[in-house]
Design a protein around this ligand. Structure first.
Ligand code: ZN
Length: 463
């Protein structure tokens, strides 16, 4: 899966910068777009190149916990209390974690990454909090499980931004981690060692891959340590779960005397290298203020719906210039188009509106797709998200021979992909020039799927 050689991609139509251009020839070299020529004839460029009908920048997936892919569909029965919630789902995850081995983590994550690529994502930000053995003892190599995520990216070819997560406490009051959380825990010293080890390990991946840091949430990290963890990112991305659930808002309010977003705005140097994941529980004022910091809202609409988190205020966020990335979080379903659709339809259901996030100039699909491409790149700390010279070649070609896309204008085709289609319309995907999805399938689909099947069998038997 080399990205070293120079190749060309010719597109009948491509979204170059913010404009549709016709007959576009891209030159890709060392993983980047090095030349763009509009109005280039198709002939003569195909011997060592590829042809696309409609070429788009492939957005980065802004938030994932890869191993959770193996739990998809397993927590939908009613529990004994009749009060199923995020917190009962979390109990299932903790049972899962009693068994999960490093090789299983690798196989499940590679499978999730393969599905991300097949869905049209060009990169993945892994919010990785599983660090230790089931007993809570660190592995001999402190970064053992981070190395499994890195190995998964090597197998899938996805552009990885790996964020080892700092997880310290079981709640805002500083209580010890619960039994189900002992694989997550580090103090600041050990976290700092982990970061150094992970920084080293990521060097085995291509140059587009990198690290950042992630204080898990205000529930799990001491307020005084959040800034120190952010500094360990050395200018790279910093991600934190924030304001996802009502009980979390209440807990933070009781401990800190302020709501989570209010507290973060007053006490943290929130800016463009920060991504706040979820933000489903904000007041209108918090939404305006947070949007104006230039930080990214890491939205995971399918998971937020699945867990009953609440509805992100996308209308107000965008009105205030807010930026957003789309993540698949719990990976209960991996689909870029469905995530974008859920984001917009949640606004419609709340406000009794239609085309809630469209503007005068841009139709809904076009607007939120481009926002996800730009914001995803920002969240991943990745020079991608636009088709332009110098950007990583994260590219997505839609299958214009699909009956629902045939003969549509580029804007309408993009709207149709988001609102009436999905993964089956994704024909080719390149991650930093690695042509990993070809003709609707990942190039290593069979091997990755076989490893995944083998990994989940004993896990399912053990539940
Ligand atoms: Zn998450």
């Amino acid at each position: 899966m080399s990205q070293d050689q120079t190749t060309t991609v010719w597109a009948k139509t491509a979204l170059v910068g913010n404009e549709w251009q016709s007959n576009v020839q891209l030159t890709l070299s060392m993983g980047k777009i090095t030349r763009i020529i509009a109005n280039a004839p198709a002939d003569g460029h195909l011997a060592n190149g590829h042809q696309a009908a409609l070429l788009l920048p492939a957005p980065a997936n802004g938030h994932s916990h890869g191993f959770q892919r193996a739990m998809a569909g397993l927590s939908e029965a009613r529990g004994p209390s009749g009060q199923d919630s995020f917190w009962t789902w979390r109990q299932l995850m903790f049972r899962f974690l009693d068994h999960l081995t490093p090789l299983q983590v690798q196989a499940i994550t590679a499978y999730a990454q393969m599905e991300m690529l097949e869905a049209g994502f060009g990169a993945s930000v892994e919010f990785h909090y599983l660090h230790h053995q089931p007993s809570g003892q660190p592995y001999d190599d402190l970064a053992e499980l981070s190395a499994r995520i890195i190995a998964a990216a090597d197998i899938s070819g996805i552009g990885l931004t790996l964020l080892p997560v700092m997880y310290q406490y079981g709640g805002c009051d500083g209580r010890a981690l619960g039994r189900g959380q002992r694989r997550f825990g580090n103090d600041l010293d050990r976290y700092s060692q982990l970061m150094s080890a992970v920084r080293n390990a990521v060097r085995m991946l291509p140059d587009d891959c990198q690290t950042g840091t992630a204080p898990h949430s205000l529930r799990a990290v001491a307020a005084r340590d959040v800034q120190a963890i952010a500094e360990l990112a050395q200018g790279g991305p910093v991600h934190m779960h924030l304001a996802e659930q009502l009980p979390e808002v209440a807990e933070v309010q009781a401990a800190y005397g302020a709501r989570p977003v209010e507290w973060a705005l007053d006490n943290l140097p929130i800016g463009p290298n920060w991504s706040l994941i979820h933000l489903t529980q904000m007041t209108p004022q918090e939404t305006c203020d947070m949007a104006q910091t230039g930080a990214v809202a890491g939205l995971c609409p399918l998971t937020e719906a699945s867990l009953g988190d609440g509805i992100f205020d996308g209308v107000r966020w965008f009105e205030n210039g807010g930026r957003m990335a789309i993540g698949s979080d719990s990976n209960i379903r991996i689909s870029l188009a469905e995530e974008l659709r859920q984001l917009d339809t949640s606004q419609r259901l709340r406000d009794h509106s239609r085309a809630a996030l469209a503007t005068r100039q841009l139709s809904t699909g076009r607007r939120i797709f481009q926002a996800a491409a730009a914001g995803g790149a920002q969240a991943a700390g990745r020079g991608s998200g636009r088709i332009e010279v110098g950007a990583w070649a994260d590219l997505l070609a839609l299958d214009m021979s699909h009956p629902d896309l045939a003969d549509l204008s580029p804007n309408t085709a993009l709207d149709t992909f988001v609102f009436a289609g999905g993964n089956d319309m994704v024909r080719d995907v390149w991650s930093a020039g690695r042509h990993v999805v070809q003709d609707r399938q990942h190039i290593a689909r069979d091997a990755i799927t076989a490893a995944y099947r083998k990994a989940i069998k004993p896990l399912r038997d053990g539940l």
